[in-house]
Write a protein that binds this ligand. Structure first.
Ligand SMILES: [Zn+2]
Length: 278
């Protein structure tokens, strides 16, 4: 999911974001959860690599670029940082709209190392945007990108070398936040489960890339490193979210990007996204 958001960001600048409403704030137990919308967009159909025919309901291709902030009262955790400013990334502006500055961020939890998630970690001089943050990256993800030759990932790994903690699977990041391996989209793609005194929310990274994947979870993209694993993981988590009732937040889920999942078909094969957190 690297290239499409350049076009989406241009669209956004022209029309879609002029009406405000880029920040949604929710109470999650005793925590505050901020959904920050960088821009809205639509997935180009040629990125869908699965060859399964599907019904194109209205809005099937809608998506977004989001990142999220959790304020526990003690610390502030940012989940992903969006694209670089040069590619339309607005993480610093969105934090400001929510009342924060980059120096307020204590932890950045990265779901994976694609450019539309780590671009906002560095400024135009490739310097740290979040100088005080401990940066969490799954062990498997860091290892994969250290060997990948990806220049942007290398720049982030180098600049944040002192800040980075390589996280093992299912590790407590801070009380109430645990890493959850969601491997498939990338080899170390990782979610973060927030448990705020009974209310739970899974930040699921790129488990879903456009609205139509709730209805048709078998659809996958050319960006999925392991399409079969990514698809299986999507179905498993959608079933769990619907059955267990935890909230979800996705980096490409339509605005506000956070909400809940309900079954919309038989046998756990089709789902609906219900926006918002109660
Ligand atoms: Zn992405």
């Amino acid at each position: 999911m690297k290239k499409i958001f350049v076009a989406a960001a241009v669209l956004c600048a022209a029309a879609l974001c002029a009406h405000g409403g880029n920040v949604s704030v929710y109470n999650l137990g005793g925590f505050k959860f901020y959904a920050l919308n960088n821009n809205t967009g639509a997935i180009p159909e040629n990125l869908i690599a699965s060859k399964i025919p599907f019904k194109k309901m209205r809005g099937w291709n809608e998506n977004a670029l989001n990142y999220f902030l959790l304020d526990t009262g003690k610390i502030k955790i940012l989940f992903d940082a969006g694209t670089s400013a040069a590619n339309g990334g607005k993480v610093v502006e969105r934090l400001k709209e929510a009342g924060f500055t980059p120096t307020d961020i204590n932890i950045v939890c990265l779901t994976h190392m694609h450019g539309d998630h780590i671009g906002g970690m560095l400024d135009a001089e490739d310097k740290k945007v979040f100088p005080h943050a401990r940066v969490m990256i799954a062990l498997e993800e860091a290892r994969y990108f250290e060997e990948s030759g990806n220049a942007q990932a290398a720049a982030v790994l180098k600049e944040y070398e002192e800040n980075i903690t390589k996280v093992p699977q299912i590790a407590e990041i801070t009380p109430g936040v645990t890493s959850v391996p969601l491997f498939g989209h990338t080899p170390g793609h990782t979610g973060y489960m927030i448990d705020a005194g009974g209310k739970k929310l899974l930040v699921w990274g790129d488990l879903v890339h456009f609205l139509g994947q709730f209805k048709n979870p078998d659809l996958y993209l050319s960006y999925d490193t392991n399409p079969a694993a990514a698809t299986e993981m999507r179905k498993t988590i959608l079933r769990r979210a619907a059955a267990e009732g935890f909230y979800v937040a996705g980096m490409h889920v339509v605005k506000p990007g956070a909400g809940s999942v309900a079954e919309s078909g038989a046998q756990g094969l089709s789902f609906t996204f219900i926006p918002g957190i109660k």
